[in-house]
Design a protein around this ligand. Structure first.
Ligand SMILES: Cc1ncc(COP(=O)(O)O)c(C=O)c1O
Length: 350
């Protein structure tokens, strides 16, 4: 059974959180002289002179409707990268605790652990890019606070088997963080609706991918209200700026448009996969549940550099475990995809 009291860091348990001006007074006032803002305004037509809502109440209401989850189970971060960092800061004691990642996977789990001086243990994915449950189990000890599962996984693009994730959730007493940054492009369903069954589950999602708002920096963590309360205590008071709150609120009224983009990107992903598979330089295109394809290609580095010389940037993953000679290629617009494919055809003529 999860014992949250034992999991949380002692100094966080006893922390008195910062109380902002906007915490101490909520509601509408005639005159605001409590937060040392510039009362004269901003050098802009729209004013941003007031601090944003530290609790992001309106935005959480809107997210709660779209995701069918209570507002108490939502944490908002300055990108999911902030949620990743906060999970370390709330639950992992520097120099003492450890966490497990399953490489190849998203790089920030390890970087953020290193920043926080948390030991990283690695249970590499199997050849089929699925979780190695036996290795995972062998790595766990009483100091293992988190297990990171990225599904769909970056850079491999596949979703992890649901039963495997459930096995981890059922047999491990620390937190299992499922990073669902790419879930909207997947044929599998999110774990959000399973939160009631698993008190040790944290689900991460983001506005950076399907929602098309990477520039705004807005990430979400969904978990029990007890876990969310701990993250809220530690976050910087105004971590989600006013512009982001305003625009995200508007975007949430456009779910239909987002769904159309998802449909289009998934169609283009599958079309692009078909085209790549016909190119003689391509050895394998992995199935993807994300908005990118992992492509095994002859001489990946050389092709990466050739593409760069043509002004086309993809991600060279050829030095990453299990990704020999692999490029990770984001699905672009129809035009961008054509430019890329034409460049690859030109390369083969040399
Ligand atoms: C798996 C995964 N998680 C999280 C992120 C970061 O998301 P955000 O932009 O919300 O910080 C990325 C970005 O590429 C990602 O691939």
């Amino acid at each position: 059974m999860l014992n949250l009291t034992n999991l949380i860091r002692q100094n966080i348990k006893s922390l008195t959180p910062y109380s902002s001006a906007r915490d101490e007074f909520t509601g509408e006032a005639k005159v605001y002289l409590d937060a040392n803002e510039n009362s004269l305004g901003s050098p802009l037509t729209k004013w941003y002179n007031r601090y944003p809502d530290p609790h992001q109440a309106k935005l959480k209401e809107a997210i709660s409707t779209v995701k069918a989850i209570s507002t108490q189970q939502i944490f908002l971060g300055n990108g999911s990268d902030e949620c990743i960092d906060l999970l370390y800061r709330c639950f992992c004691n520097p120099g003492k605790d450890n966490v497990i990642i399953c490489p190849p996977t998203y790089g920030m789990y390890e970087v953020s652990a290193n920043i926080n001086d948390i030991e990283i243990r690695k249970a590499p994915l199997l050849e089929n890019f699925q979780l190695d449950l036996i290795h995972l189990e062998n790595l766990v000890d009483e100091k293992t606070k988190l297990i990171w599962v990225c599904s769909p996984n970056n850079p491999t693009g596949n979703s992890m088997n649901r039963e495997d994730i459930e096995t981890v959730l059922n047999n491990y007493n620390g937190l299992v963080v499922i990073d669902e940054a790419y879930i909207n492009f997947s044929r599998h369903k999110s774990f959000i609706q399973d939160l009631a069954d698993y008190p040790n589950l944290v689900v991460l999602q983001t506005f950076s991918k399907a929602w098309g708002m990477a520039g705004l920096r807005l990430g979400m963590a969904f978990a029990s209200s007890e876990i969310i309360e701990i993250l809220d205590r530690v976050k910087p008071p105004y971590n989600i700026n006013q512009v982001t709150q305003d625009i995200a609120l508007k975007a949430l009224e456009e779910v239909g448009q987002v769904n159309d983009m998802i449909t289009e990107l998934v169609q283009m992903r599958e079309a692009l996969k078909g085209v790549f598979e016909k190119l003689p330089v391509v050895e394998k295109v992995y199935n993807s549940d994300a908005n990118f394809l992992l492509v095994k290609i002859q001489n990946a580095r050389k092709i990466y550099e050739y593409l760069l010389s043509k002004g086309i940037v993809v991600r060279d993953r050829s030095n990453v475990l299990l990704c020999d000679n692999c490029l990770r290629i984001t699905v672009g617009t129809e035009k961008e995809n054509t430019i890329l494919v034409d460049a690859l055809i030109d390369y083969m003529k040399f």
